[in-house]
Design a protein around this ligand. Sequence first.
Ligand SMILES: Cc1cc2nc3c(=O)[nH]c(=O)nc-3n(C[C@H](O)[C@H](O)[C@H](O)COP(=O)(O)OP(=O)(O)OC[C@H]3O[C@@H](n4cnc5c(N)ncnc54)[C@H](O)[C@@H]3O)c2cc1C
Ligand SMILES: NC(=O)c1ccc[n+]([C@@H]2O[C@H](COP(=O)([O-])OP(=O)(O)OC[C@H]3O[C@@H](n4cnc5c(N)ncnc54)[C@H](OP(=O)(O)O)[C@@H]3O)[C@@H](O)[C@H]2O)c1
Length: 457
Amino acid sequence: MTTNRPVRVAVIGAGPAGIYAADILSKTDVEVSIDLFERLPAPFGLVRYGVAPDHPRIKQIINALHKVLDRGDIRLISNVNVGTDVSVADLQEHYDAVIFTTGAIEDAALNIPGIDLAGSYGAADFVSWYDAHPDYPQTWPLDAQQVAVIGAGNVALDIARILAKHADDLLTTEIPEHVYQALKSSPVTDVHVFARRGPAQAKFSPLELRELGHVPDVDIVVYPEDFEFDEGSMAAIQGSNQVKQVVKTLTDWTLVDPATQSASRRLHLHFLAAPAELVDTDGDGRVDAFRTERTTLNGDGTVSGTGKFTDWPVQAVYRAVGYFGSPVADVPFDPERGVIRNVAGRVVDESGAPVSGLYASGWIKRGPVGLIGSTKSDASETIANLVADVESLPTAPKGSPDDIVELLESREIPYLKWDDWLQLDAFERSLGEAQGRERIKVTTRDEMINAARAVKA
Ligand SMILES: Cc1cc2nc3c(=O)[nH]c(=O)nc-3n(C[C@H](O)[C@H](O)[C@H](O)COP(=O)(O)OP(=O)(O)OC[C@H]3O[C@@H](n4cnc5c(N)ncnc54)[C@H](O)[C@@H]3O)c2cc1C
Ligand SMILES: NC(=O)c1ccc[n+]([C@@H]2O[C@H](COP(=O)([O-])OP(=O)(O)OC[C@H]3O[C@@H](n4cnc5c(N)ncnc54)[C@H](OP(=O)(O)O)[C@@H]3O)[C@@H](O)[C@H]2O)c1
């Protein structure tokens, strides 16, 4: 760098990864001036638009993230999509370094026959609907009595729990009215979760799994013949307290006498059942069965197909087989892994050479796995590398914080600031207060922008 002004840094994406990165950077010895860009009118990423509404304790992480942005030393510029509203070349004119923390919002693909039938859904789309993401439709077809959920991660549990729960048990949460109404009229009776491997390979968190056992009027059904443990499973159980707890919870459920179960809805957990096909038996273009292939453990925790297939009568299939990151225009992207190409947070090109001044953190850096807390350790690594590089960063020609605002205004981009979010936040809380709930989300972009910009008292 060849200037005495503070280092100008843009962080792209105001989810936990972006906010932690900005916070950690602001506390280093480097004199910095940080702008945090967000494409939505609201910050907090998947904490707001991914974490399930019936997990209010996790949603509270927003309070800690809020405090960071409320300090005033990190400038939030939201409702700006980097890659379309402003290009990376624009940013390089105004910032010495750019950190991408754009996360993941799409479903990973599952290429099996029938996946495009009506009644086949991606978990990420369903989550965006029930968490009222403003870029997703406000309606969702909940017309199935029997539903399959593919995958054995925490997202699969979220999907299965929200589908199986009675809507009235969600009323104290921040679920939007249209979601409550749709869930209330759902005719669902049976939700089947299918794991392609065994109980010791499930990626459920112990707490999230145990929670299923406490959902009112929903019985948990497991199948003793699915409880196969190979050497790899035994090693996994012995090597991890989490796996041990998950297996214990599942095994305890095998001991429940079905005669004692009388709930009106059931949540079935199947293991060693790999997805094979979504079946349309009557040719009407809609799924009416889900075909699985029985698998068997190979000894090391992996599985092989046995050639034995089962058709489960269902009218909807949700795939919860992982999320997938999206590229940002002109930033090196690995289409196989769905991440920005990087080495320890330094963006690299296809040949592996570092791209000076570009960094990545969070899910877009290492893929869509890990809890919110894991984005903090990510940020520490990325910021340590940025700080180590600081002397060699390119110097942005337009280094005044006002210049970027002028650019946005010249392009008539309706950007929002932290004060605008405070106003929208207060509005949502006031809507919630009227109904004895913490908040009721505003659900469309236009309404969000209007509430954020309503004349301040
Ligand atoms: C359904 C679901 C439930 C989860 N529940 C939990 C839980 O209960 N507990 C837990 O610990 N973890 C949970 N997680 C994991 C947690 O959400 C992630 O670890 C975390 O959100 C990843 O943070 P991130 O900042 O990398 O990405 P994100 O949270 O996705 O944030 C990325 C941000 O970047 C913005 N952005 C994207 N592209 C652009 C662009 N071009 N320009 C400007 N802004 C952009 C996005 O709008 C978003 O705000 C859950 C994940 C999912 C999918
Ligand atoms: N409450 C919470 O704490 C919470 C809630 C939601 C999400 N999260 C976190 O967010 C992250 C993402 O969660 P996630 O559930 O999307 O991902 P995940 O934990 O990686 O689980 C994905 C699941 O999909 C399965 N799968 C992948 N490809 C498949 C295929 N082709 N066929 C069949 N099954 C397939 C995987 O099975 P294999 O193991 O066999 O590959 C795995 O069971 C995780 O770290 C999770 O813990 C946390």
